[in-house]
Write a new protein. Structure first.
Length: 243
């Protein structure tokens, strides 16, 4: 009986998380349409919590919190960009910032997942190297670490400027359409946030390098592991600003 109760509680938790993620996808899609029409980014800024990253990937395709890395705290400056460039005086072009972020991720990512993976940390630090002032989102109540799937608030801050270009609120295969109904073609610098699976409540985050998706390791495909490949949870794909 205890096992049945726990299973029911887990199913209820996953259902609630899925519903919350669906609302976020819908909101981001509406924001993308609004931005395209008015040039206004309605994303509300949120103060980074300065806690360690979650959203790591395990060999079975699930995420787990941990890592012990200290991130950018509220009021602290983001890490210095590549080449010693301060984010406050960053005059790199948009293509150069994307190249710097991708190069950082390619250089530091592992070829295969290990026992201590950290997708959110690797992607965030790569974005920081590109001059994108992405911090760490607030922790959820009762959690020790921030979750990878909660990075939407950081990517869409007005001073960061990423915008959603493709999304799915239900199990779906590799993205085929963008938010305007046209065929989605991944571009270098695109960042995907994937919802929870039955084995990973934290979700996943990865960046496209022009050839493949990379998180803390060089993935074989869009889905980072077996649970993601099997369940194909919802996702949102963001694109960096062109200016």
């Amino acid at each position: 009986m205890r096992g049945g109760k726990n299973k029911g509680s887990l199913e209820e938790l996953l259902a609630a998380e899925t519903a919350a993620f669906q609302r976020r996808v819908t909101m981001m899609a509406e924001a993308a349409n609004s931005s395209a029409k008015t040039g206004f980014n309605p994303a509300e800024p949120r103060v980074p919590a300065g806690n360690s990253d979650g959203g790591q990937w395990t060999g079975g395709g699930g995420g787990r919190s941990g890592g012990g890395q200290t991130g950018m705290g509220a009021g602290n400056q983001p890490p210095v960009g590549s080449g010693g460039t301060s984010p406050r005086n960053d005059h790199r072009s948009a293509p150069q910032k994307i190249r710097d972020a991708v190069t950082h991720l390619e250089t530091n990512a592992k070829h295969h997942p290990d026992q201590h993976p950290q997708c959110a940390k690797y992607v965030r630090e790569a974005l920081n190297a590109g001059g994108y002032k992405v911090g760490i989102p607030p922790r959820r109540t009762g959690e020790q670490y921030a979750w990878a799937k909660d990075y939407s608030s950081e990517l869409t801050r007005p001073d960061v400027g990423f915008h959603p270009v493709s999304s799915s609120i239900k199990p779906a295969d590799y993205p085929s359409l963008d938010n305007t109904g046209r065929a989605y073609t991944p571009q270098k610098g695109d960042v995907v946030i994937i919802n929870s699976t039955s084995t990973s409540k934290e979700g996943h985050i990865a960046m496209y390098n022009g050839d493949k998706w990379i998180s803390d390791f060089k993935q074989k495909g869009f889905w980072p592991g077996s649970a993601y490949l099997s369940e194909k949870p919802g996702y949102i794909i963001y694109r960096p600003p062109s200016q």
